[in-house]
Write a protein that binds this ligand. Structure first.
Ligand SMILES: [Zn+2]
Length: 366
């Protein structure tokens, strides 16, 4: 779930990647390796085992209480009970993130540094609640196995490839957890205006992703965010159309499947339509809704703005102000243009990067 592909774990098996699910764009389930000076202790609740190192005692107690509460809520909603969950808290990186995997046992990793509200995650009512709601949703969803897969697991244990929900599209896996994070907390990415902006611009730019594009491997904007944002919005639309229990029903129905990748059969059984049809219908409505919304925004008048970057790629992290005429002290901007050129662009105003951040147009856009 980091944003730096260089930190992706080694790709041993494609299936293993599907089981190592982070909270944001790129899986962050790096091989467990911590600085040797850290001394880990363990805290147990009836359902969860917390592993934490020195300095995190209070946070570990809070995480333990939250984990019990959130896990119970997810299990009730999905009608499925998981084995003891292990949660590892570590303060070893500055990039907020987390991951969950059902193998070899239910395991959640949490980076304790909290987002500041100005990145992909948007506002939150507490990082631990946010990240645990997301990751424990993965734990319940990916673990779920009924019918033949469930019987095989009862006899042989946690056999890989008998986790039917782990082989669903990434927009389902991450969309479901992002939807739960939105419904289960005060904020969540489903309520983040930046998320809505990305979908709106995709609709206005006539580049609204299809269901086979909103996956983790998308190599263009919005890149790794696609399964989270499009998946959440799509599943939220399904819940609105067919009822609040539809997403758990999809998870329950799919967890019976011995043969993977039959997702459309699952959708037809639960909703009467395939995911392909549901997505096409949702996309058509979304395009029309966003067009009306853009017209309303334009009628109110737009704030003049222009792109801050011109490389057409995702750029995150701090950029020191450009202080011409001392270009050597221009900071860590990843742009390759001169300080003067960047300053000229900045005079146009401020606008968040979009897929067309490289368009170099200065002017109002919704
Ligand atoms: Zn996730």
């Amino acid at each position: 779930m980091t944003r730096d592909p260089r930190r992706e774990p080694r790709r041993i098996l494609p299936a293993l990647l599907l089981l190592l699910l982070g909270l944001s764009s790129v899986p962050a389930a790096a091989p467990a390796s911590f600085p040797p000076e850290l001394r880990f202790r363990t805290l147990k609740t009836p359902r969860v085992t917390l592993h934490y190192h020195q300095g995190l005692e209070a946070m570990a107690r809070e995480a333990a209480a939250l984990s019990d509460e959130i896990l119970a809520a997810h299990e009730k909603r999905y009608g499925y009970r998981v084995a003891r969950v292990h949660v590892v808290l570590a303060d070893v990186e500055d990039d907020p993130n987390g991951f969950a995997t059902p193998l070899p046992y239910p395991l959640v990793g949490i980076r304790v540094v909290a987002p500041r509200g100005n990145d992909d995650f948007g506002n939150h009512d507490g990082w631990l609640r946010f990240v645990l709601t997301h990751e424990l949703a993965h734990v319940v969803h990916l673990d779920e196995a009924r019918g033949i897969p469930g019987a095989v697991r009862k006899v042989f244990g946690r056999v890989p490839f008998f986790f039917p929900n782990a082989l669903t599209p990434t927009w389902m896996v991450e969309g479901l957890a992002t939807d739960e994070e939105t419904e289960g907390t005060a904020f969540g990415r489903g309520r983040n205006p930046d998320s809505r902006m990305i979908l709106r611009m995709a609709a206005l730019d006539e580049d609204f992703l299809a269901e086979d594009e909103a996956v983790g491997a998308l190599d263009r904007w919005p890149s790794g965010q696609a399964p989270y944002l499009f998946g959440e919005a799509f599943l939220s639309d399904i819940s609105e159309r067919f009822g609040a229990g539809t997403v758990p029903a999809l998870a329950r129905e799919h967890s019976n499947n011995l043969i993977p990748y039959l997702d459309d059969f699952t959708a037809k059984k639960v909703t009467g339509s395939s995911f392909h049809t549901l997505w096409r219908e949702w996309a058509a409505r979304a395009r029309a809704d966003f067009a009306r919304e853009a017209a309303r925004i334009q009628a109110r008048g737009l704030t003049p703005s222009c792109a801050l970057t011109d490389r057409g790629i995702r750029q995150v992290g701090p950029r020191a102000p450009c202080r011409c005429p001392r270009p050597r002290r221009a900071g860590r901007s990843s742009g390759s243009r001169s300080c003067a050129a960047r300053s000229r662009r900045r005079r146009c105003g401020v606008r968040r990067a979009s897929r067309r951040a490289s368009s170099r147009r200065c002017g109002p856009r919704p």
